[in-house]
Ligand binder design. Structure first.
Ligand code: SF4
Length: 73
């Protein structure tokens, strides 16, 4: 199981799983904007998502399918 990195505690997605793991496209687009414009940890988060093969939810400003494409590139 992935240990939560220390920077996650200060990230704007903390406690917002319903938005970041929503099945609604509109929610995922809102989550992506939060990553892009409000999170100081986006680079670290995207690196982690790619390294750990995370493909569910929004991480580092990318949706699960976008992450899967990057992992398979
Ligand atoms: S980049 Fe997005 S998912 Fe990652 S820590 Fe920041 S707000 Fe959360």
């Amino acid at each position: 199981m992935l240990k939560t990195p220390s920077w996650y505690d200060e990230s704007p997605c903390k406690g917002r799983d319903r938005l970041f793991f929503s099945s609604e496209l509109r929610d995922r687009m809102v989550a992506k904007r939060i990553c892009q414009y409000e999170c100081p940890n986006r680079t670290e988060c995207l690196d982690m998502a790619l390294r750990e093969n995370m493909t569910i939810g929004v991480w580092g400003g990318k949706t699960g399918p976008e992450l899967a494409r990057l992992q398979n590139a």
